[in-house]
Write a protein that binds this ligand. Structure first.
Ligand SMILES: [Zn+2]
Ligand SMILES: [Zn+2]
Length: 98
């Protein structure tokens, strides 16, 4: 039997080792902002790439920060809204890098 129960996942960040407390929406590490390439569509976990996705740039959308993630394995790019718990200093740093 397959389990169809949607669980809120805690995970350990592959990049910095930070223990991330899942909120059900978390798709990146709040410390280093790295993500993992696991979704085709947000939350579906259907992508088998599993590459590390680095935060490469920051965009602002209606006053909200959007992180552009670049997969280091397959080169895919995805946008993710930043969460309130994210490392804001790092967001500012990446935003200024461009
Ligand atoms: Zn991390
Ligand atoms: Zn990938």
């Amino acid at each position: 039997m397959k389990k169809f129960i949607r669980t809120i996942e805690d995970f350990v960040c592959d990049n910095c080792g930070h223990q991330v407390k899942g909120s059900g929406y978390t798709n990146h590490c709040p410390q280093c902002l790295f993500s993992k390439h696991v979704d085709n569509n947000p939350g579906d976990r259907q992508n088998s790439c599993h590459g590390l996705m680095a935060p490469v740039s920051i965009e602002q959308d209606h006053g909200q920060y959007v992180i552009l993630h670049h997969c280091q394995k397959c080169g895919a790019e995805k946008k993710n809204k930043s969460q309130e718990s994210d490392n804001f200093d790092l967001i500012v740093k990446i935003a200024q890098q461009v």
